[in-house]
Ligand binder design. Structure first.
Ligand SMILES: Nc1ncnc2c1ncn2[C@@H]1O[C@H](COP(=O)(O)OP(=O)(O)OP(=O)(O)O)[C@@H](O)[C@H]1O
Ligand SMILES: [Mg+2]
Length: 330
């Protein structure tokens, strides 16, 4: 399977304060993240608000300058490319932004917004552009008439479909969906998730699907990476994740989701996991130390590296053995 995106210890730090009153302390939003997205293997990136998901997504599509580490698109190291040099690669990585109203220029109709993307990256005749825009709009289930509306004249669901149409009009290999369904009601959420799934099959798009909602992951992704305070603590297959998850943070995150299937609900070990309350990160050691029921002196001292628990399953925890006992495997 071809690797589309690979990060090696990707780190993004923001300096505190503004341009004129910069403090010397930098805030690390993403720390040492090494992830791989392979063709046809959509990856869900999950974690609670503020853990660095969007920052990672923006860094991967060239919208944030990486502070440390490397970014590879295919085989090419694109870490230090200028905006101009990055442009040809950008065509293959598009983004569906979190807030779909502000994602569009309010002065442009939907037609103009999609046309702008095509003009930026392809040299098409007017009639070819027109045909392409209409076809992509139809393919996301929207009536062509809506192409001549402004963003505020559309419903949230319609706008999100248009947002997706704009992201896929260039036939990108990867689409980064940043909370693509978070602002939609339940029925719309399901229809957009189905649309994303259909697009993946039809156009061969692979997703980096950023969300804080575990229940949406399984519709679109085959792999999941769990992020906590800027670090990835677990990577695993979505299939049977309830049974395979090992990291105490992943389990706690999963507990916060209502599981409708009583069989699955019964297979998750709930008794040993504590409540997630906010505590600051420790300076050294494991990023989850302060919130972990199982922490030891070693956890406070040494940051655990991601290590293989089984094929395709990586966990950053010193106490995997203990959790294996607690996990009820089939
Ligand atoms: N431009 C910026 N300057 C300084 N700090 C920033 C900037 N952008 C993000 N941050 C900080 O980086 C951290 C990670 O932000 P990010 O938006 O990536 O989180 P997130 O996981 O996407 O959260 P959410 O689920 O709420 O969207 C946050 O603490 C945020 O305040
Ligand atoms: Mg975000």
């Amino acid at each position: 399977m071809t690797t589309l995106i690979r990060t090696e210890n990707l780190t993004k730090k923001y300096s505190a304060g503004n341009r004129f009153f910069c403090s010397k302390t930098a805030f690390t939003a993403v720390n040492n993240v090494s992830l791989e997205i392979r063709e046809g293997e959509s990856l869900g990136l999950i974690g609670e608000s503020g853990c660095g998901k969007s920052t990672f997504g923006r860094a991967v599509c060239g919208l944030e300058k990486i502070t440390e580490g490397k970014l590879f698109l295919g085989e090419t190291d694109v870490t230090n490319l200028s905006k101009g040099e990055f442009r040809p690669y950008r065509k293959n990585i598009q983004m569906v932004f979190q807030n779909n109203l502000s994602a569009f220029n309010p002065k442009y109709t939907m037609y103009q917004s999609i046309e702008e993307v095509l003009k930026n990256f392809e040299e098409l005749s007017k009639s070819d552009t027109d045909a392409r825009i209409k076809a992509i709009f139809r393919s996301v289930g929207l009536d062509e008439k809506l192409l001549y509306r402004y963003p505020h004249q559309m419903s949230g669901g319609e706008r999100q479909r248009a947002n997706i149409a704009r992201a896929i009009v260039l036939n990108p290999k990867v689409v980064i969906c940043d909370e693509a369904v978070a602002s939609l009601d339940y029925a719309l959420r399901k229809s957009i998730l189905k649309l994303l799934n259909d697009i993946s099959g039809q156009y061969g798009v692979t997703y980096l699907f950023i969300t804080h909602d575990l229940s949406t992951i399984r519709y679109v992704c085959s792999k999941i990476a769990v992020m906590y305070l800027g670090e990835v603590v677990e990577i695993m297959d979505v299939e049977n994740m309830e049974q395979t998850m090992l990291h105490p943070y992943t389990k706690a995150l999963f507990q916060s989701v209502l599981i409708t299937d009583p069989v699955k609900r019964g297979t998750i070990c709930r008794d040993k996991i504590g409540e997630l309350e906010y505590l600051p990160k420790v300076e050294t050691g494991c990023v989850f130390y302060n919130r972990c029921k199982y922490c030891t002196d070693r956890c406070q001292r040494d940051p655990p590296q991601l290590q293989q628990a089984e094929k395709g399953h990586m966990v950053a925890c010193h106490n995997i053995e203990a959790f294996n006992v607690c996990t009820l495997r089939k």
